[in-house]
Ligand binder design. Structure first.
Ligand code: DQQ
Length: 584
């Protein structure tokens, strides 16, 4: 199948190349006139294809992100691991690639994997190699020089491959090792994504691995392949993240799997470290609960424990929806989400995510609103900030909820369907209200993030939607309306929304990060200075904005190094801040 996909890519490349030549010959420059959609503070390599984040890490004062990368083209192909470093998770120096598919055990791709810090402090990569035979096997790589905080060079182990698909393991569904954790018996554990389950392996020395009789968890038959699993503890009552091998204290465990190329679902449960029994409190694919990191575009995520700030941080790949043609025109494809801290909510049954605090350094030109009533039908433009690159936080509160429309139980099982129906988006009693971002002057283009409060029996339910149906006037793009419920009680709590806008990405956090929705959009009119931002209430009942703060977001700094000397210089400048006159 991959061969067919590759052939298709080559064909598309050829067609686009010919188009480009004919444009040059006839003097037209329509390609140049298109907006380029590069973001200014989301992580992107300078060019070509990027997908999953791999092995995120904090090491000797440096944050590292590795990622799946095609060095020769903006579409998926033979994948390497690329590598960038940062002192603050926001500004980055892109380094040279450090894992290429050159050996029999990874000849067809160095696929996703994770990093574990071994007891001596040495970071170690476990990654999937697609071998000469197109079988998926698990391999190991170590830093060439672990005293280099930038971990520039890596060496593949002479013992590779360490794990191969035998018995009932399918050779094409056996990939993406997690960060390993050390059991109370001094034995390492790691899980590998399998067909509808998380395959568990154990090892005493990190080299020789034995498969356990039972997977760590299974939903066989309900899901397909579990891509990029993640398994980590969360504190029940703390504000701090927990390191992966911690097994005692008031903790629960989170198991995440990436399904069907489109969503990252999780369950929470209790894990017993000696017997490896994981008891989940809910099941994957439970349509009513559907616990998802993000209800929009957010895939193949991976978390790591940041020992510098005692927090767990989550990254995810945000894919494009303009296809291979769009990728080739742009010369690149793929973003990473803003890194998010991830914690257990006070209810103990859900996770909360929030952009890392470091992002606040990019804020400027603050605009505030305090205690303002949004009358039914109100539309207020938020001016004096760069609407195409913004961070907006708003909290809404209500006087009377009695007139909220009723929802049946059956309406509660499909939030996206409800969001795309007129019941949610057209004028009701309490909603829709929220933000309109990346809007053109005449509102022909807009991405709307809105809430609608309904009644369900004696309770109120809060629906959050992110509507892309008018995000771009362009053809052939995803127009879906994403949606999910937010677990807040509007009778007693305010409803909050934070939205990060960055040219072609809109990341929204509802209810303080209980419900997150990311949209990838391609406006044609609402670009740069032409973009506008509004706060609105289209319900009949007034809604109060208790507080709103909006900021322009400055661009993050991205630099690229081509040699070891250049890396030294760039890293020195990066640490002191570019443009601060320090001679490196
Ligand atoms: N991407 C990698 C795989 C993984 C998939 C290949 C998820 O290892 O399963 O680039 O996006």
């Amino acid at each position: 199948m991959w061969i067919c996909v590759l052939q298709l890519h080559v064909l598309i490349l050829l067609v686009l190349f010919c188009c480009k030549i004919s444009c040059i010959l006839d003097g037209s420059s329509s390609m140049e006139q298109k907006p380029n959609y590069r973001t200014s503070y989301h992580f992107q390599p300078p060019k070509n294809w990027m997908n999953d984040p791999n092995g995120p890490l904090y090491y000797k004062g440096v944050y590292h992100i590795f990622y799946q990368y095609n060095p020769i083209s903006p579409v998926f192909g033979k994948i390497s691991w690329a590598h960038s470093v940062s002192r603050d998770l926001i500004n980055w120096v892109h380094l040279e690639r450090m894992l290429d598919p050159t050996d029999s055990y990874d000849l067809n791709g160095c696929w996703s994997g994770s990093i574990t810090i071994l007891p001596g402090g040495e970071p170690t990569i476990l990654y999937t190699g697609v071998d000469f035979n197109n079988s998926q096997v698990q391999n190991l790589a170590m830093p060439k020089n672990s005293s280099d905080p930038l971990l520039r060079e890596w060496v593949k182990s002479e013992h590779n491959p360490l794990m191969i698909p035998v018995d009932e393991l399918e050779s094409k569904n056996f990939r993406d090792p997690t960060t390993a954790w050390l059991g109370p018996d001094g034995i390492w554990r790691v899980i590998i994504g399998g067909d509808g389950n998380a395959v568990l392996y154990k090892s005493g020395d990190f080299i020789g691995w034995t498969r356990s009789d039972q997977p760590l968890h299974s939903a066989f038959g309900k899901t397909g392949m579990w891509e990029c699993p993640d398994f980590f503890p969360v504190s029940v009552d703390g504000k701090n993240g927990v390191d992966t091998s911690v097994l005692d204290g008031r903790i629960k465990h989170v198991l995440k799997a990436s399904f069907e190329g489109s969503h990252d679902d999780y369950v929470i449960g209790s894990y017993e470290g000696l017997t490896d029994k994981f008891k989940a409190e809910s099941e994957f694919m439970d349509s009513r609960l559907q616990m998802r990191y993000d209800y929009g575009k957010f895939y193949a995520s991976k978390s790591f424990f940041d020992s510098a700030k005692s927090r767990r941080i989550l990254w995810a790949w945000i894919s494009e929806s303009d296809g291979d043609v769009g990728a080739i025109e742009k010369g690149w494809a793929g973003l990473q989400s803003i890194p998010r801290t991830i914690l257990l909510d006070k209810s103990g049954s859900k996770l909360v995510q929030w952009p890392v605090d470091e992002i606040d350094q990019l804020r400027s030109n603050e605009v505030k609103i305090r205690d303002k009533m949004l009358k039914g039908g109100a539309l207020i433009e938020i001016e004096n900030i760069t609407a195409s690159q913004a961070d907006v936080e708003a909290s809404f509160k209500f006087g009377n909820l009695e007139t909220a429309e009723d929802l049946d139980e059956k309406d509660l099982v499909d939030a996206p369907l409800l969001c795309s129906s007129r019941r949610a988006s057209m004028r009701g009693a309490i909603g829709p209200f929220g933000l309109i971002v990346l809007a053109s002057e005449g509102l022909e283009e807009q991405t709307t993030i809105f809430f609608h409060v309904f009644k369900n029996g004696a309770k109120y339910v809060v629906l959050m939607c992110s509507d892309q149906s008018r995000s771009s006037l362009g053809e052939g793009l995803e127009k879906a309306t994403y949606g999910a419920f937010v677990d807040v009680d509007p009778l007693h709590e305010e409803i909050s929304l934070r939205t990060l806008v960055d040219g072609s990405i809109v990341e929204s956090f509802g209810g303080g990060g209980l419900t997150c929705i990311t949209a990838r959009v391609y406006p044609k009119l609402a670009i740069g200075k032409e973009a506008r931002l509004y706060i609105f209430n289209n319900g009949t009942i007034d809604v109060a904005i208790s507080r709103m703060n909006a900021w322009s977001m400055k661009p993050a700094q991205f630099h690229e190094s081509y040699s070891s000397q250049e890396t030294d210089m760039l890293w020195c400048q990066h640490q002191f801040g570019f443009g601060h006159g320090v001679v490196c």
